[in-house]
Design a protein around this ligand. Structure first.
Ligand code: SF4
Length: 347
């Protein structure tokens, strides 16, 4: 096994040309995903996490979009790859699962027809009979009961959770190395959401996949992540192992997101204010207009550089720079919340 990360993202920037100016949705972000690891990109709606995930395989529309920076997948640079080279990877070694399975499935064709077509597109020499047998196996793998019988049902005959299972089965057709799952459980009720998360964990082991999981929900992150990257207004605010993020949240934005979890201090009202315009973001820290700890220095220059707190944990906030005292942030949360803000199990 190679020791290089499966995916290395460096300086990823995605801009869209609009009538009102250049909209920078993702602004120079970096992260790595190891083989077999789950990395969660988390942030509020509009933080840039979905555009970042779609920029990896360049499925953002270009134009009006433009993706720059570097994305290295298993040693190959994706950003400069030709469209025909990228096709081999996109939908092959890297598969996507999206939020709304009803939008992704074609309601005019049976589920079996769609899975068989996906198999034969990827493996043209596979006979229809072989493809149907594989489709049954895939539906079994994702927990669709009576898989052989359900093959000839139409999407509308499946529940929301079952449709998402079908979409995951279609993503597994190519035995991907990396699954990019963008809010795959958001449209589902809590019980089904938990089932899908468990399923993804089981499949990750069975298929030896890495997962890039995109979500606004830190509760979901606690259940599935190994590593977490917290994004706000196109920038990385904090990154760390899941236990570091939940047990030692250090950026005011991460702490605010945790305070919005059910039963926490901001669960009813959320974080006051809204994200800045991606066309004209504020100087300095992007979170400054909403931050309870902002000082004058926060409102000048660029986003503060990420300060390492450990080998895997880093935070972009002036209070962690030399000459400042991060206790101003940490102490207040300890007073509000008790000893810990954590919500992640230790297993
Ligand atoms: S840099 Fe300033 S504004 Fe940004 S999170 Fe830290 S304290 Fe708040």
């Amino acid at each position: 096994m190679s020791e290089e990360p499966l995916l290395t993202v460096e300086g990823l920037t995605t801009e869209f040309t609009t009538d009102n100016g250049v909209l920078t949705a993702v602004d120079g972000i970096d992260f790595e995903i190891e083989r077999g690891e789950t990395l969660c990109l988390v942030g509020e709606s509009g933080s840039g996490k979905t555009v970042a995930s779609e920029s990896i395989t360049r499925i953002v529309p270009t134009p009006p979009g433009e993706v720059t920076g570097s994305v290295t997948f298993d040693g190959q640079e994706i950003i400069s790859m030709s469209e025909s080279e990228l096709k081999e990877i996109r939908g092959g070694r890297i598969a996507h699962v999206f939020q709304n399975p009803q939008d992704a499935l074609n309601h005019c064709y049976t589920v079996g027809w769609q899975i068989v077509e996906a198999i034969q597109t990827h493996e043209p020499n596979t006979s229809k009979q072989e493809a149907r047998e594989r489709a049954v196996g895939l539906l079994n793998d994702v927990g669709v009961a009576n898989a052989a019988a359900r093959l000839d049902d139409y999407p509308h005959e499946f529940s929301g959770g079952q449709k998402q299972r079908v979409m995951i089965a279609m993503a597994l057709v190519t035995n991907p190395d990396l699954l990019i799952a963008d809010e795959p459980t958001t449209a589902l009720d809590v019980t089904v959401q938990a089932q899908i998360l468990n399923l993804l964990e089981e499949l990750q082991e069975e298929y030896n996949m890495s997962i890039l999981f995109v979500t606004h929900d830190l509760g979901v992150v606690a259940g599935i992540a190994d590593q977490v990257v917290v994004m706000y207004a196109g920038k990385v605010m904090e990154r760390g192992g899941v236990h570091e993020i939940f047990d030692e949240p250090s950026h005011p934005y991460t702490r605010a997101l945790l305070e919005c979890l059910p039963g926490k201090s901001r669960s009813a009202e959320g974080i006051p204010g809204s994200l800045p315009s991606p066309i004209s973001p504020p100087d300095g820290c992007r979170f400054a207009p909403r931050c309870d700890y902002a000082v004058e220095e926060c409102r000048a220059g660029d986003q503060p550089p990420e300060e390492p707190l450990s080998e895997s944990h880093a935070v972009s906030c002036v209070h962690y720079q030399q000459g400042y005292d991060p206790a101003v942030i940490r102490e207040e949360v300890v007073q509000e919340d008790g000893a810990t803000t954590g919500g992640v199990s230790s297993d």
